[in-house]
Design a protein around this ligand. Structure first.
Ligand code: M6R
Length: 384
């Protein structure tokens, strides 16, 4: 069942290129007769569920006219929502907010009919996310589900949506569902950008081509990356604290890296936007503390990030940098540099999260942790 792997988590990490291809299949394609042209078709958004569209308006059109998008989710799904916020603002030019479902449901949030709530959930059964949907419905907002488990409560409760098609995720730590959520949300942002007239055809085509090639790039990279992360993991396996840091769209990647590590290795870990560390967290930076930084050259905050990496090193932290292929800026600064395949900025989280997943996995394995069933943690939190 584990396909020869020691744990489901490792199988699911390695399965990501295929899972992402399944998330893309049938949704992104090139019309046969036009070279370099791409189309995105999202069946679940282009047609309303039966009985919901008396006015003949599709969920996609309603989304395109929404005054704002509200993403509601928990845990890892909350991190993919944060990545989506960057992508939807830039690619679709629409205001987007991200809410912990568990906080949202206990407030009196100002929701109006022109809002669209997008619930992100692997299991489709998370109680708080389900409750956030019900609240949005009471205010007559449109509700969209981005869910992995077919026929789950969230899939049934929402007005329309997208399945991830990631396949069953057994490991409690979410890996392939996370990357497929990001893929699905990027597709949605691009499709909405087209609908809203924000993206030119050339830009849309270049994003589609780049997104379509991500699974192949990851597949080619995985073997070498596995060897590299095992070496780094050996070095950090006895750590008691770790810091993850990234800026912009890579801040949620840092949060996800920290969550993965604490979830399965029980090492205390925190994710910070790099510059924000100056406002308090910097006291945690001292000799031998692992600091894992995402520093991609296309990031608008790259120079700031580079400065922070130098500061971390000056304080004798053990610095790991994730950066672009061929970037030598960190050769004399970082203890370890991991090079990620090139892609567009908004797609980079798909690449950058993979070394962080592997790092957590190998560190937890070297510590003898119960990887697929971490203590105290359920795969799906259905209690309130
Ligand atoms: O099934 P959901 O995506 O709604 O679950 C949300 C969280 O419980 C989940 O992502 C959790 O944080 C994972 N264990 C993270 O790896």
């Amino acid at each position: 069942e584990k396909g020869g792997y020691k744990h489901f988590m490792l199988k699911e990490i390695m399965d990501q290129p295929n899972a992402m291809r399944n998330a893309l299949r049938g949704r992104i394609y090139q019309p046969a007769d036009v070279p370099d042209k791409w189309e995105i078709k999202l069946g679940g958004l282009e047609k309303a569920k039966e009985g919901l569209s008396a006015d003949g308006i599709s969920p996609l059109e309603r989304m395109a006219n929404a005054s704002r998008l509200i993403f509601a989710a928990c845990g890892t799904s909350w991190h993919s929502s944060l990545i989506a916020k960057y992508a939807f603002e830039k690619l679709a030019g629409v205001a987007a907010e991200v809410e912990y479902a568990s906080e949202f449901r206990y407030r009196k949030p100002l929701i109006c009919r022109s809002d669209c709530l997008i619930a992100i959930s692997q299991s489709g059964e998370t109680a708080d996310t389900l409750e956030a949907i019900k609240m949005a419905k009471q205010h007559q907002a449109l509700t969209i589900g981005v869910v992995n488990v077919v026929g789950s409560s969230i899939a049934r409760e929402t007005d329309a949506g997208m399945y991830l098609h990631a396949g069953p995720e057994i490991g409690v730590a979410s890996t392939k569902a996370f990357t497929c959520q990001v893929v699905a949300l990027l597709l949605m942002a691009l499709r909405l950008g087209k609908q809203r007239g924000v993206l030119s055809e050339t830009t849309l085509n270049s994003y589609c081509a780049a997104l379509n090639s991500v699974p192949d790039s990851i597949e080619k990279w995985l073997a070498a990356l596995t060897d590299q992360t095992r070496i780094v993991s050996k070095y950090f396996r006895l750590a008691t604290n770790a810091i993850f840091s990234g800026m912009g769209i890579h801040f949620p990647v840092a949060l996800e890296g920290a969550l993965k590590l604490k979830e399965i290795s029980y090492i205390h870990a925190e994710g910070f936007p790099a510059s924000e560390i100056r406002h308090g967290g910097i006291t945690l930076i001292r000799n031998f503390v692992p600091v894992i930084c995402v520093a991609m050259r296309s990031d608008p905050a790259y120079e700031d990030m580079k400065q922070m990496v130098q500061d971390f090193r000056a304080k004798d932290a053990a610095v790991v940098v994730l950066t672009d292929d061929g970037n030598t800026d960190f050769s004399n600064i970082a203890h370890f540099t991991l090079h990620c395949p090139d892609t567009k900025l908004e797609l980079q989280p798909l690449m950058c999260c993979i070394p962080l997943q592997l790092l957590s996995y190998y560190i937890a394995d070297m510590r003898g942790c119960s990887i697929d069933q971490p203590r105290n943690l359920a795969k799906s939190v259905t209690v309130e």
